[in-house]
Design a binder for this molecule. Structure first.
Ligand SMILES: Nc1ncnc2c1ncn2[C@@H]1O[C@H](COP(=O)(O)OP(=O)(O)OP(=O)(O)O)[C@@H](O)[C@H]1O
Length: 301
């Protein structure tokens, strides 16, 4: 049986007359990795700030581990929030941060932190204000991973991290999550990079939830058909198209909905390749219809 860690009903956050979060319902289960996705200004950070008790809602109900987060220290202790631009006390070094971490996180694993420090090649004795942008992000990522908090939020944690470091983060997260299951919420714009990590996708747009679904279901919800342009066009004719790409005589078109056995056989006969939709493509389609259409027109032109 799954345990619900976060339960929000009609959660609303307003800034003056602007509604940043517009009455959302949300449930997060124990032991899952969630992707919190959406365009700039969609409301991802605001949702995480609400769930971690950093800001107060104007309306709705919220329970985290069965209680209101802001009023219960024991609930706050079970959460870790790594912000995009995490701030640390002036003159702190990473070594100070890691030494202080066990005070805040009861499951802190110092050995794991040491391994991560080596993986990220982090100079732990250098003052934080002297660290490069990527090294600063590494400090947050290490805290987020080694905290082993039952509910961990990573809000765009990797500004400045290079591709190698980002893949170290994904690898270590998956490895450690398998050994120590917990609930992880990851907000990112690098959707294709994290797509295989996510078990559940929550897509937010203009303060509302557009999609809240198991990642496997999302992947199966649309298909990309690739091959010779004429054959692709023949195959997709009359189907709802989500996105188009292509160059010269080759085309790759994503169609909504599942293909049945006969349709798959027909695609094979036409020499076409079928692949599950990329999460990024689906999200661009759901949150940027105008962009998708203009891309479609450009490609078609
Ligand atoms: N303190 C504030 N006062 C006024 N408006 C705010 C405040 N904080 C956030 N907002 C607005 O609320 C909306 C949601 O912001 P939020 O930071 O949650 O977006 P986001 O999805 O995290 O975006 P990004 O991907 O760009 O980080 C934005 O339009 C933002 O301008």
């Amino acid at each position: 049986m799954t345990t619900t860690v976060v339960r929000a009903r009609g959660l609303t956050k307003r800034y003056g007359s602007f509604t940043a979060i517009d009455g959302i319902d949300l449930s997060l289960e124990e032991g899952r990795i969630y992707g919190l996705l959406g365009r700039n200004g969609a409301g991802k950070t605001t949702v995480m700030q609400l769930l971690t008790g950093q800001i107060f809602a104007n309306g709705g109900e919220l329970e985290v581990f069965g209680r209101q987060p802001a009023e219960h220290a024991d609930v706050l202790r079970r959460m870790c929030f790594i912000a995009e631009a995490q701030r640390y006390p002036e003159d702190f070094t990473p070594a100070h941060v890691f030494r202080a971490a066990p005070w805040f996180f009861e499951h802190w694993d110092a050995e794991f932190a040491e391994r991560l420090i080596a993986d990220f090649r982090l100079p732990v004795k250098r003052r934080i204000k002297k660290l490069s942008r990527g090294q600063l992000s590494a400090v947050g990522v290490i805290v987020g991973l080694a905290s082993r908090a039952p509910l961990t939020f990573f809000d765009e944690p990797y500004l400045g991290l290079d591709a190698v470091a980002r893949h170290i983060f994904y690898d270590r997260l998956l490895e450690d999550y398998a050994a120590h299951p917990r609930t992880v919420v990851l907000s990112t714009h690098l959707i294709d990079e994290v797509a295989n990590l996510l078990e559940h996708v929550i897509l937010i747009d203009q303060g509302r939830i557009l999609l809240d679904r198991d990642a496997e279901e999302v992947r199966g919800s649309a298909t990309t058909v690739a091959g010779a342009r004429a054959a692709v066009e023949q195959f997709v004719a009359g189907r709802p198209v989500i996105g188009r790409e292509g160059i010269g005589g080759l085309a790759s078109v994503t169609v909504d909905g599942r293909l049945d056995h006969d349709e798959r056989v027909r695609a094979a006969e036409l020499g076409l390749e079928l692949a599950p939709v990329s999460l990024q493509q689906l999200i661009v389609h759901l949150t940027g219809a105008e962009l998708a259409e203009s891309t479609e027109k450009e490609v078609a032109a």
